[in-house]
Design a protein around this ligand. Structure first.
Ligand code: VG1
Ligand code: CO
Length: 543
């Protein structure tokens, strides 16, 4: 085998978004497209000779092709060892864990997460650094700059490797170790949680359902929930990863995991239902008869985490993305620990976790995680819930009612307007930014605006500043509306409108969410002119 220097010309659209570079599969299939991006990553991160790189993906269409390419390029760029998940499979949290556990220099995660897969679906590449987390903005900015100037990439000329085998292979002097995608991750979970207590809960007749959505968590959930925790076979459904996720949209929310929701609302529902997304970093939690919003889940997990062995010493702090509800803030205040509000995207939590300022983090988009890795972690959230329920021995709905009675309730929903024309979406945001100054003190739909701004974040560990992270309208009494545009879509623009209404512990805790939020929906329309700018009268998805 030899190393070849392949001449290339830049693509202009390789700017990483909220979570890596995401495009239609067809875009990634253009000659040199993936190669240009991967070489740009390698050029920017400048790994020392002989370094270790983790490679794996969520198993979607085009995963294996890009993995073979990435291995050839790693060999040609001086890496000494690649750890690749068997079959090309690694969930995002498992990849993060592997980078940390094996002291790797970094990792390439091939996934478009909750976006649909298949030949006409989406694909993505994300680079994670040595702490196991997504590359911070200063690195992704440098990668984008590099993609605009690249003139050649390095490739070892070697045949395709058998990724389904065992043991180690070699490419151009570089070792390729094929690792079990589940083993290290499952071992890490056993360290954090009381598997004995969860096993006893399940043995006592507690019933659960886990929907892997034909995506990457199938093998993890079969092994952990069924094999190690004794849940009956069949507890995990849609548990075999497929290249197109069975033709479905692997987004664990009330729309795309509808069947799970309906099962959990039925009279003979299991006690606990959960689902995860394409790459295994998200979690949907539904108790018998009660959907737990991701923001509430973060708050409830934070309030009860000390009941699991891995968190028995208590939490150092809680971090949430800005649009995530303020339910977690109430818990942090009660615990007397720090609470941090970051821009959307897990890359902003890394520094807080590394600095020991936060232990648990979460996003309203069904992401929850802790300092055990540097990604959000779907199965981790499921196991922490199960550990808590095993100790408290009460149903999910009772635990949440108890929580609201103590901290108050943050009614919450996100309205997404998908695939809208970019000009309309940009105009809506520009219009909002233009009127921010005049909003405080104004009355809208019976609400009084207390403050309004375009969220900017200063990282407390390195003082780096991220601006324009979403428009916040804060009302008297603690309710909020947040507007921002998605950074993960691959078609047009997606407008996200986040609605939150706070009711104190002695307030109305038993409203229907849609009704509780109706005044905020009307206020959002009045302030932003959503229908005029998007041509839509209804959101496409409500989560
Ligand atoms: C969305 C979510 C965000 C999440 C990101 C990646 O980003 O809102 O909270 O971190 O997806 O999640 P955006 O820019 O589309 O709002 V995943 O599971 O797609 O890696
Ligand atoms: Co994901």
């Amino acid at each position: 085998a030899t190393v070849r220097l392949v001449p290339t010309t830049p693509f202009t659209d390789q700017k990483p978004g909220t979570s890596g570079l995401r495009k239609k599969v067809g875009v990634f299939q253009q000659p040199h497209y993936a190669e240009n991006f991967i070489q740009s990553v390698f050029d920017v991160v400048a790994a020392p000779a002989g370094a270790t790189l983790v490679i794996g993906g969520d198993g979607r269409y085009h995963n294996r092709t890009v993995i073979q390419t990435a291995i050839r390029m790693a060999a040609a760029n001086g890496f000494g060892r690649v750890l690749v998940g068997r079959g090309g499979i690694l969930s995002t949290p498992a990849a993060s864990n592997l980078i940390r556990a094996r002291g790797a220099f970094g990792g390439l995660i091939l996934s478009a997460s909750h976006n649909p897969g298949g030949p006409h679906g989406d694909f993505g590449i994300k680079y994670n650094v040595s702490n196991g987390g997504p590359a911070p903005e200063k690195i992704t900015d440098a990668i984008f700059a590099r993609t605009k100037a690249i003139t050649e990439y390095r490739l070892a000329e070697s045949p395709d490797l058998d990724l389904d085998g065992r043991g180690s292979l070699e490419v151009e002097g570089m070792t390729v170790e094929i690792v079990d995608p589940v083993e290290d991750y499952a071992a890490a979970m056993e360290q954090l949680f009381d598997f004995g207590a969860i096993r006893a809960l399940i043995a006592s007749g507690f019933r659960l359902r886990f929907d892997a959505m034909h995506a990457v968590t199938g093998p993890y959930a079969h092994e952990i929930l069924e094999n190690r925790l004794g849940a009956p076979k069949g507890t995990v459904v849609h548990g075999t990863p497929s290249e197109d996720f069975g033709g479905h949209h692997p987004d664990p929310n009330l729309v795309h995991a509808r069947a799970l929701y309906e099962e959990m609302m039925a009279p003979d529902a299991p006690d606990f239902g959960a689902a995860s997304d394409g790459d295994g970093d998200r979690n949907l939690i539904i108790g018998k008869g009660l959907f737990v919003t991701p923001s509430d889940s973060l708050a409830a997990l934070a309030a009860n985490a000390h009941l699991a062995p891995g968190y028995a010493a208590g939490l150092k702090g809680i971090a949430r993305s800005m649009p995530t509800s303020q339910a977690a803030d109430c818990v942090a205040e009660a615990l007397g620990i720090g609470c941090y509000e970051t821009p959307t995207g897990w890359k902003f939590f890394g520094n807080l976790l590394d600095a020991g300022m936060a232990t648990i983090c979460g996003e309203e988009s069904a992401g929850t995680g802790s300092d055990h890795v540097r990604e959000k972690d779907g199965l981790w959230a499921v196991l922490l819930w199960l550990n808590i329920l095993a100790v408290r021995k009460i149903p999910v709905a009772e635990l949440m009612r108890d929580h609201w009675a103590r901290y108050g309730r943050n009614y919450y929903a996100r309205h997404d307007y998908e695939g809208v024309a970019s000009e309309g979406a940009e105009a809506l945001m520009a219009g909002l930014r233009g009127k921010l100054e005049g909003l405080p003190g104004s009355h809208v739909e019976g609400l009084v605006v207390a403050a309004a701004d375009d969220f900017a974040y200063t990282d407390p560990t390195d003082q780096s500043i991220s601006r324009n992270q979403g428009v916040r309208i804060l009302f008297e009494g603690g309710s909020r509306i947040v507007f921002r545009l998605s950074g993960t879509g691959t078609e047009g623009a997606t407008l996200r409108v986040y609605l939150e209404r706070y009711e104190p512990a002695d307030g109305a805790l038993d409203l229907v969410t849609g009704e509780a939020l109706a005044p905020l929906v009307a206020a959002a329309e009045a302030i932003a002119g959503i229908s005029g700018h998007t041509g839509r009268n209804e959101p496409d998805v409500i989560t």
